[in-house]
Design a protein around this ligand. Structure first.
Ligand code: UDX
Ligand code: UDX
Ligand code: ADP
Length: 474
């Protein structure tokens, strides 16, 4: 760069690009980091002086941003300028599942990625290292390399560097990662040099033995496989939860007993209403598509079952609610506690709460939704997108509450969709007094004290627990 300092650019200022670059800037004071985006609104909000106005909520993020912004971390819409200056360009644009055309519903939509790549090809005048951060189907790097190197004059090295951060713990995960995975062309001198430059950046704070290098395709595939394994554990324990309810076993006891086997491990064995988030379903469908397109039909089906089990679990939960409420929820008010896909994030992408609400609204239930972090406009957008009904019809059925007590008031049931800590500390005596009787609780996250609630007088359903004898089951 012109200043003589190493210049990093990141295209895409979203959930991945924003936090990742904030941590790079924090850990590497000698490197200039510029995060660019086509969305002026996103960039304005990253630049906002109001700390509460950052576009995403992550514990520790605002400190990381405030301490580096304007020093070596910059947010801008000047994409071309940032590309031109950069030694290394991260691409962290969104790669949603394709909605139409070939591979619709399964394949990744690489429109944004390709646009970004073509932009780089057009603007860059000096050799650049391009780092693929967005999760992409395998062999994307190769395709991108073809696009980038087509013009012939400027040389590009393409690296795969998948991001394993989880939302809600993004900053912690970035600062202390289990591993950093870098895929590159290790058979080529320029490839080795490019990998080395990226290793140098991470070495500022990550121990060397945790930085692993592979060929590009292994790196790309590992990201998809890691998400498959994690989601598979949730679907497996959710399958077991159905068995528990029928047999009188307790899924949390089973999880504990199974997880203490060091070969299995205790993490990601929490039964729930279903996994959500922008990655799991998308990445698995991606694996399904990939397998199918390679003629591996049975393998594709094996992968696909993890998503199908997740859909079944959401259906099963809603059936428990409907049957529990004497086989009809039409006209009954139901309080939904939690709308994000997990606690400590305002993100609702693929949240189980969306499916639960959509199915209940289809039954003409009246919903009162409360979430501590999700914006009201987001809830409306998600429900309108998911439902067959239009906004006007939905407004007759759906109400957004600003606190859990307002939501509970006059409700027949409380439905916990997200495991927010604050739900454990609610005043349930008060809640019981303002609800219709019998008062039901459907705990889709097993976070409440079920025995205590039963003693108070609630009829309680919890995932994978022996059924409450007072619960109507079909
Ligand atoms: C298994 C369980 O491990 C043990 O806890 C239970 O009590 C009985 O069943 P075992 O059948 O003796 O024990 O052997 P194990 O080491 O689990 O291997 C089972 C099979 O899986 C073997 O054929 C092994 O070669 C295979 N395996 C295991 C793999 O192919 N890959 C692996 O990564 C691990
Ligand atoms: C995931 C991966 O963990 C991360 O490595 C990858 O980079 C992106 O995808 P994220 O989607 O942010 O991260 O959240 P995660 O904590 O993995 O949870 C995903 C979903 O599974 C959530 O809805 C969560 O509630 C659910 N879950 C998780 C369970 O239902 N039970 C569990 O035991 C664990
Ligand atoms: P992720 O979870 O993968 O980070 P997000 O949707 O949160 O996904 O963020 C992706 C960001 O990338 C969005 O802010 C979007 O505006 C931005 N983006 C998409 N395409 C381009 C592009 N061609 N150039 C610059 N920014 C882009």
């Amino acid at each position: 760069g012109s200043t003589g300092r190493y210049q990093v650019c990141c295209i895409g200022a979203g959930y991945v690009g924003g936090p990742t670059m904030a941590v790079v800037a924090k850990m590497c004071p000698k490197i200039d980091v510029t995060v660019v985006d086509i969305s002026q609104r996103r960039i304005d909000s990253w630049n906002s002086e109001e700390e509460s106005e950052l576009p995403i909520y992550e514990p520790g993020l605002k400190e990381a941003v405030v301490n580096t912004r304007g020093k070596n971390l910059f947010f801008s819409t000047d994409i071309d300028g940032a590309i031109e200056r950069a030694n290394m360009i991260f691409v962290a644009v969104n790669t949603p599942t394709k909605k139409d055309g070939l591979g619709a519903g399964r394949a990744a939509d690489l429109t944004y990625w390709e646009l970004a790549a073509r932009r780089i090809a057009k603007i860059a005048k000096s050799p650049k290292i391009i780092v693929e951060k967005s999760t992409v189907p395998i062999r994307t790097a190769e395709a991108i390399s073809t696009v980038l190197n087509a013009s012939g004059t400027t040389k590009f090295q393409i690296l795969s560097n998948p991001e394993f951060l989880a939302e809600g713990t993004a900053v912690r995960d970035l600062e202390n990662p289990d591993r950093i995975l870098i895929g590159g062309n290790l058979k080529d001198e320029d490839g080795i040099k490019a990998v080395g430059e990226l290793v140098d950046i991470y070495s500022h704070w990550v121990p060397k033995e945790r930085i692993i290098t592979t060929n590009v395709w292994s790196s790309e595939l590992s990201k998809l496989v890691a998400n498959f394994f994690l989601a598979q554990r949730v679907s497996s324990i959710n399958a077991v939860s159905a068995l528990c309810e029928s047999s009188g076993a307790d899924v949390d006891e089973v999880s504990m007993a199974v997880g203490m086997d060091s070969r299995i491990g205790s993490k990601f064995l929490k039964a729930s209403v279903g996994f959500g988030g922008s990655c799991f379903q998308k990445d698995i469908l991606n694996l399904v598509y990939l397998s199918e397109s390679m003629g591996l039909k049975d393998i594709a089906e094996y992968f696909h079952w993890v998503v199908r089990m997740n859909d079944l679990q959401k259906d099963r939960f809603v059936s428990r609610i409907i049957h529990g409420l004497f086989n009809t929820v039409t006209g009954k008010r139901i309080a939904i506690l939690g709308f994000s896909f997990k606690k400590d994030t305002g993100d609702t992408r693929e949240s189980a709460a969306i499916s639960v609400c959509q199915r209940l609204v289809d039954e003409r239930a009246h919903l009162a939704i409360y979430d501590p972090k999700v914006y009201e406009t987001q809830i409306w957008q998600d429900i309108t997108t998911a439902s067959k009904m239009d906004r006007l019809e939905l407004e007759k059925l759906v109400h957004i509450s600003s606190n859990p007590y307002d939501a509970a008031k006059g409700s027949h049931a409380l439905v916990v969709c997200t495991e927010w800590d604050e739900f454990r500390d609610l005043n349930f005596e008060k809640i019981l007094s303002i609800m219709e009787k019998p008062a039901f609780i459907f705990d889709g996250r097993n976070v409440l004290s079920h025995e205590y609630l039963r003693k108070l007088g609630f009829v309680v359903y919890a995932i994978g627990k022996p059924l409450d004898p007072r619960l109507n089951v079909v």
